[in-house]
Design a protein. Structure first.
Length: 134
């Protein structure tokens, strides 16, 4: 299978020269995804809204490539304030509690002051078993 690039259509992708996700075989790497609301074309103020937006963008990119959120094996969270952890954990936990990918959370600065979180994931497509087909 040839390398396949996934785009959200964001102008940032062309300017910065990146893809939302890259698929190669059974692997999918989703770029660091901030909480930008592409429908409203703005960044929400709250870290909770930004987290939900980022996760929804990630889910869409995975789905476009034929992956599911349950295929995620690695996730890295970048937050701008350690106190945000208590807000972010329950939200991302609602997506990953049963999947439990390897995870890291880093406190750091992001490229724009309104950005409070950035999330990147790696997914590996699981083979369909006879049990899954039943």
């Amino acid at each position: 299978m040839a390398r396949h690039l996934i785009s959200t259509g964001s102008p940032f992708e062309k300017v910065a020269g990146y893809s939302r996700a890259v698929i190669d075989g059974d692997w999918c790497w989703v770029s660091g995804t901030t909480g930008y609301d592409y429908a409203a074309m703005k960044m929400p103020d709250s870290v909770s809204d930004q987290t939900r937006n980022a996760m929804n963008t990630i889910r869409k990119a995975l789905a476009e490539g034929g992956f599911d959120i349950s295929d995620v094996v690695r996730v890295v969270y970048y937050i701008t304030d350690a106190d945000m952890m208590d807000t972010v954990f329950p939200i991302v936990g609602s997506y990953f509690a049963d999947i439990r990918p390897a995870a890291t959370m880093v406190v750091c600065g992001l490229v724009k002051p309104e950005m409070k979180i950035e999330i990147e994931v790696t997914a590996k497509r699981r083979p369909i078993s006879a049990f899954d087909e039943a």
